[in-house]
Design a binder for this molecule. Structure first.
Ligand code: SAM
Length: 267
């Protein structure tokens, strides 16, 4: 398909294609049964993962920035009539909730240059639960580890707190760099996220400001790193967290309790 459509991979568009049918089927199985469900895919490229998703019985809405891929995707549309809708354009610029609809599963071998921005956007929706039912996303392994990291480790930071506050996040499996054409420099991994119920009274902006301040100076004690954030030190005291601790020792639940105490003091 790639050769027939003259699709030489573009580095600028983060194009590393997956061609191994077994691996693509394995990714498509991560969200669970998809027959009759809607899947939103970012960056279908020549359509390897799209084909695997369509083969599960799903309807797929796919947004692709590289118009050279459209003829290959039109062939898939013909093979699975009425089940594939391709939106040419930039995934960062479209309203995917409106395009894919409530309850869509998001599945993507993401372009690395926009992957984290999209994940943060999907995790920071003001209303919760979000429009998506699950996220199954390929990342560089190092980014995947930052998403699922637990307190206490080097990889634990803002992304872990955000992801694990709003979702149940797990690493599905790692993927060797040689599975891609062309192979990227680093290993990859598929992460799976399912929205969690939200505790009342915590605003995403407060969590973001709190973790930005705390991890902005991650080697410092909280009494130092949080001193510029209004209400943060009082909140630590209110929930009984020692200000001599450092950000990476606080669990996700402790960050949420501090955020809630900051907000409570504002009223
Ligand atoms: N899904 C295919 C696969 O698994 O073989 C291709 C994956 S490749 C890593 C990333 C794809 O995202 C490319 O097809 C690229 O053209 C597309 N892409 C890059 N930036 C994009 C953007 N901002 N919006 C939509 N698609 C984008």
């Amino acid at each position: 398909m790639i050769a027939r459509h003259g699709l030489s991979a573009s580095r600028a568009l983060g194009q590393n294609f997956l061609l191994d049918g077994q691996l693509l089927d394995r990714i498509a199985r991560v969200p669970g049964p998809l027959a009759g469900a809607t899947v939103y895919e970012v960056g279908p490229g020549p359509g390897g993962l799209t084909r695997a998703l369509l083969a599960t019985g799903a309807h797929v809405v796919a947004v692709e920035r590289d118009d050279r891929c459209l003829p290959a995707l039109a062939e898939l549309d013909a093979a699975f009539p009425g089940r594939l809708r391709v939106i040419p354009g930039d995934a960062l610029a479209i309203d995917e909730a409106a395009e894919a609809g409530a309850g869509a599963h998001i599945v993507a071998n993401l372009p690395y240059n926009v992957g984290t921005a999209l994940l943060v956007r999907w995790l920071t929706a003001p209303a919760w639960p979000p429009f998506w039912a699950s996220l199954t996303l390929m990342f560089q392994k190092e980014v995947a580890e930052r998403i699922v990291a637990r307190a206490g480790g080097e990889a634990y930071g803002r992304l872990a707190v955000l992801a694990q506050w709003r979702a149940r996040a797990s690493l599905a499996f790692t993927v060797h760099r040689s599975a891609f054409v062309p192979p990227p420099k680093v290993m990859s991994a598929v992460v799976h996220l399912v929205p969690a119920a939200q505790p009342a009274g915590v605003d995403v902006a407060t969590i973001e400001a709190l973790t930005a301040a705390a991890f902005g100076q991650r080697r410092k004690m909280l009494r130092q790193s949080l001193k510029g954030m209004a209400g943060a030190l009082t909140a630590l005291d209110a929930v009984g967290i020692d200000p001599a601790r450092r950000a990476e020792t606080l669990s996700v639940d402790e960050f949420v309790r501090v955020a809630r105490a900051i907000e409570a003091a504002r009223w």
